[in-house]
Design a protein around this ligand. Structure first.
Ligand code: PBG
Length: 338
């Protein structure tokens, strides 16, 4: 600032409110706490923990370890866990039949976690991709992901999850009409208290890469016409923002209690737009690729790991999110002093 400018605006010293920690804390506009975190967790059929190579610090947990993790979440003040299954390749088929198995891995994990820590909310992914041999979220017919038949399969899946004790159904498949179908089925089955957090604005993104390894869904399709190698006919085009608002409006009309934007950090503009346009809790998913980027850079000594974790999570609060689904949840809760 020049002398002339200082003279013209004698009061204009923005740094006054940054001069020490106490005043920075006092004027801070948003805060991140463990209560903002949903712990993204992968479970598997086997015993013990299997580290996920592309996500240092993340391992697939046995059902038993998932129950222990639920107790840990409670101790750390993390309100909820989002559970994702790693299914043995041999058990997958084209229709993802096991998605609706009431004795399947997800349902057993939900029961074990609710028994271990009833105070912790459990959220389940409603989508077929962990269970299909082609890796798509829906049913594949002549090279197309068919919408309405998929919605039927998703309703069957959502109902067994809800019956197992899941608190929040989180449809991540991006089929049209699935929120309304799930809500109607829940009401009909007397499960009206089960919440729906829709992945309302979910983009076809490269940032889901490490998740494929985590849940063992392999390389998507074959890339041939019969079996497309991407999810662009159902997930959103990353260039779009107005479309995200239409998706959210529809999901609210169909009965979603909460909505989500996914991925997270590259889509903070969408989080902000949704928060400003609608009055309902809006979450963001800090996805596997975002986790991997931070960890990879930190392991190379290129980023300060702890500061990057907290800054990235705090950014979601600044964008207006009610909370963040993140693989960093237990780590972040500890860093926050839980
Ligand atoms: C699929 C699903 C995906 C994720 C959650 N549910 C991947 C995809 O849509 O291809 C991604 C999670 C992550 O990357 O952390 N229904």
């Amino acid at each position: 600032m020049t002398k002339a400018r200082l003279a013209a605006y004698p009061a204009l010293r923005m740094r006054r409110l940054r001069q020490s920690d106490w005043i920075r804390r006092l004027v801070r506009e948003t805060v991140l706490t463990p209560a903002d975190l949903i712990w993204s967790m992968v479970v598997h059929e086997g015993e013990g923990q299997v580290p996920v190579g592309s996500m240092p610090g993340v391992a697939r947990l046995s059902v038993k370890d998932a129950a222990a993790a639920a107790r840990e979440a409670k101790a750390l003040g993390i309100p909820a866990i989002a559970v994702f299954p790693h299914i043995d390749g041999a058990k997958k088929d084209a229709s993802g039949r096991l998605a609706a198995d009431p004795d399947g891995l997800v349902c057993r994990a939900v029961k074990a976690m609710k028994d271990a820590a009833p105070e912790v909310g459990i959220m389940c992914d409603v989508a077929l991709d962990p269970f299909t041999d082609h890796g798509h979220d829906g049913l594949l017919q002549d090279g197309r992901i068919v919408n309405d038949a998929t919605v039927e399969a998703l309703v069957a899946q959502g109902l067994v999850q809800a019956q197992a004790g899941c608190d929040i159904l989180a449809p991540s498949d991006m089929m049209d009409g699935r929120v309304g179908a799930l809500r109607t089925a829940l009401e009909a089955e007397g499960l009206q208290d089960v919440m729906i957090m829709s992945y309302a604005a979910k983009y076809a993104s490269a940032f889901y890469g490490p998740y494929r390894e985590a849940i063992g869904s392999g390389k998507l399709g074959t890339g041939s016409v019969e079996n497309p190698g991407d999810k662009k006919t159902y997930q959103m085009d990353s260039a779009n923002h107005a479309e995200a608002l239409r998706e959210v409006a529809l999901d609210i009309a169909e009965g979603a209690d909460m909505v989500m934007v996914k991925p997270g950090m590259p889509y903070l503009d969408i989080v902000r737009q949704v928060v400003d346009a609608f009055s309902l809790p809006t979450f963001a998913f800090q996805v596997s690729g975002e986790y991997a980027m931070i960890m990879a850079a930190a392991r190379n000594g290129w980023l300060d790991e702890e500061r990057s974790i907290l800054e990235s999570l705090g950014a979601f609060k600044r964008a207006g999110a009610a909370g963040v689904i993140t693989y960093f949840a237990p780590r972040a809760a500890r860093l926050l002093g839980a």
